[in-house]
Design a protein around this ligand. Structure first.
Ligand code: ATP
Ligand code: MG
Length: 647
């Protein structure tokens, strides 16, 4: 694709930001030259009960793999997120709750959040939950979901949050995998005006989980639910029985904080384990610098707490920084497609962080729903979850941000705990579609298929050469899978599974999953590039491309295309799109087959599952792999029915 334009740093933004461009390079070089000194200093940003004396103890060698940060320090995450702020911020807003119903919102102060978390922690203790026990949280997007996480952290229990959109089966698998015996849920959730039967799903899941002996139920809607005497407890009743005095448990830096299952885009979800000290240091530091958070900002991340983005950038990062974080129960298009921007105006949101899938969905509705809101309070926009195609980036910048707000395209993973590659608003000239440069302490290494290091401008597999405090420590209950998945392909490096291009300015462009790379007549191509070209066509809303066996080229390009609302598929349009991609990228990238797709198979977090599309393109439906994280399984049947054959 043709090199895109560069958006220079706004000098005013740079002046008020934590770091400007010179500051970035200075700090980055320090962080790489002497990680011990750098993290020894920045590790102090959180409160330690017993200060650490050792900073880093890491080996990536497969036969001696260990990752330890601040290992002799002790702390408590809930203390850092709440107690620590009481002296100066007791009455400041910790959480703004915006309900699914636009009439339903409230502010929760640090003092109020602290009291509720202490009570909830006492309830857990009274019910026999102990340090190290696994507590499953299956909740709607309400403040109590964050309270539940923090209550676990307060007493040293390990939480496993399961996205409230998951089925009973998916919930059961995750409960069993981490051998959890306590579940926190709600009677029902509400999203887009529809009720979600969380308690009924839990009841169903628990038929397969004999180990669970208590279920704490938040009353959200008051809807009819089943009840198992002796097992089920009402949240409000139990909280009323206990005191709000609950001293935080003294935790070692390397004690587990939570388990979280990955989205499952590439296969069976992995139970990613994060620990206490390093995770919090990294989540809070990235939250401050990447979003350039200052006191007085109103910060909104639209993710669900069921994903790592919700963990690090709705709950732990912001609260550790004493920020005001918005928790949104609803969806982008309810009551209408203006909702995000109405919420921005209502609460004067200054920092807004969302996913490309949401941006593309809103783009389909045109500019009207955005333009009729003010959005004057916004000063920074963020993106996460997938490569953001330049077309969507430009729309986000122009229409949503009125060309005023820098966009931070943040690349990271459940495994990384926090953002690894990203612009900093005061420091980084932006290129639409590029996650730009590494955060402090992050050493990206590009390798070819044989593991040979690539220098300068190149394209290859993205690895990280050294550890950072927020890195995952193991796959829960399956350390061998941890070693195999991340540290065996390329020795002494963490392998991300993503492909990337590095340009002459040292900017990173994520090209997609390495498993998804297409090889056409010997030319390797990332999926992101071809998809971006398709989406850049005015009639295309979304696209996913995969390779399929091709007699002459080795692999051909199979494109699934969703058209903008109101556009009709036709053979003429098919030809037009092939021509379009030829001129955007080159003949080598022109799709061999285009299938019209009313919908694409996506994970519950909105990522396209190309491995399923690849199976369909290959005409092999027998083994679609783990589809439990699919948002809408019906989409797959439709795609199979309308599969394109070689012409
Ligand atoms: P699984 O590992 O089970 O297949 P997953 O990789 O989808 O699931 P996540 O940890 O939620 O689970 O997603 C991380 C992945 O999302 C990254 O590896 C990358 O492919 C993609 N990603 C996230 N943010 C960005 C971004 N800003 N640009 C490009 N890709 C991104
Ligand atoms: Mg992954």
């Amino acid at each position: 694709m043709t090199e895109t334009s560069v958006f220079a740093v706004n000098p005013e933004v740079a002046e008020n930001a934590w770091v400007d461009e010179a500051g970035y390079f200075r700090l980055y070089e320090q962080s790489i030259a002497d990680p011990e000194a750098f993290w020894g200093e920045h590790g102090k940003r959180i409160h330690w009960m017993k200060p650490f004396t050792k900073v880093k103890d890491v080996s990536y060698a497969p036969d001696d793999l260990h990752i330890r940060w601040f290992q002799d320090g002790t702390t408590n995450v809930a203390y850092n997120c709440l107690d620590r702020h009481l002296a100066t911020k007791r009455d400041d807003t910790a959480i703004i709750f915006e309900g699914d119903d636009p009439k339903d919102s409230k502010h929760i102060s640090y003092g109020e959040a602290y009291e509720e978390v202490c009570r909830l922690a006492n309830v857990l203790k009274a019910q026999g939950v102990r340090k190290g026990d696994r507590v499953t949280i299956y909740m709607p997007m309400v403040p109590e979901a964050a309270f539940a996480m923090l209550a676990c952290a307060r007493i040293g229990a390990i939480h496993s949050v399961v996205f409230g959109g998951f089925s009973p089966d998916s919930l059961a698998n995750r409960i069993v995998d981490c051998d959890s015996n306590f579940v926190i849920t709600a009677d029902e959730g509400v999203r887009g005006g529809r009720k979600i039967p969380l308690k009924a799903n839990t009841d169903k899941a628990l038929e397969k989980c004999p180990g669970v002996d208590k279920v704490l139920v938040l009353r959200r809607t008051g809807g009819q639910i089943g009840w198992v005497e002796g097992r089920d407890l009402w949240y409000h009743e139990e909280l009323a029985k206990v005191s709000d005095d609950c001293p935080p448990e003294e935790m070692n830096a390397e004690d587990p904080l939570f388990i979280l299952y990955t989205s499952g885009s590439t296969g069976k979800p992995k139970g990613v384990l994060h620990t206490t000290g390093g995770y919090l240091v990294y989540a809070s530091m990235t939250h401050q610098y990447v979003f350039d958070y200052h006191d007085g900002d109103v910060y909104w991340c639209t993710a669900d707490v069921g994903w790592v983005t919700g963990h690090s950038y709705i709950v732990y990062g912001p609260l550790a920084n004493g920020a005001t974080t918005l928790v949104f129960e609803g969806v982008p298009n309810y009551p209408d497609a203006s909702r995000f921007w109405q919420v921005v105006d209502k609460h004067k949101v200054s920092i807004f962080y969302t996913a490309p899938t949401a941006i593309r969905a809103l783009m389909r509705e045109g500019e009207g729903p955005v333009r009729r809101t003010s959005r004057k309070s916004l000063r920074l926009l963020g993106s996460v979850g997938e490569p953001i195609n330049p077309e969507a980036w430009l729309w986000y910048h122009k229409v949503v941000g009125d060309e005023r707000c820098p966009i931070v395209d943040t690349w990271w993973q459940t495994e990384t705990g926090g953002i690894l590659i990203t612009p900093l608003p005061g420091a980084t000239p932006l290129k639409p579609g590029s996650a730009t440069r590494p955060f402090f302490g992050i050493k990206p290494v590009m390798v070819d298929a044989d593991g040979k290091h690539l220098e300068g401008a190149c394209e290859g597999n993205l690895c990280i050469g050294d550890s950072w405090p927020g890195q995952m420590r193991t796959v829960y209950g399956d350390h061998e899978r941890f070693v195999q998945t991340y540290f065996s392909t390329y020795p002494n490096k963490y392998f991300t599974g993503d492909g990337a291009r590095r340009d002459a300015d040292g900017y990173y462009w994520i090209t997609g999953r390495v498993d998804d790379v297409i090889n056409v007549s010997g030319h390797r191509m990332g999926t992101a590039e071809v998809e971006s070209a398709l989406v850049a066509h005015a009639k295309v809303a979304e696209a996913a491309v995969v390779g399929y066996p091709h007699d002459i080229k080795g692999q051909g390009i199979y494109a699934y295309v969703t058209l903008v609302a109101g556009e009709e598929p036709s053979d003429a349009l098919r030809k037009e799109l092939v021509q379009w991609v030829r001129s955007e990228i080159g003949p080598i990238a022109s799709p061999d087959l285009i299938q019209w797709a009313p919908g694409l198979p996506k994970t519950r977090s909105g990522k396209i599952m190309r491995r399923i599309l690849r199976k369909i393109a290959e005409n092999d439906y027998s083994n679609l792999g783990d589809t439990s994280t699919l948002a809408d399984p019906a989409v797959v049947d439709d795609l199979i029915q309308h599969r394109q054959n070689k012409r």
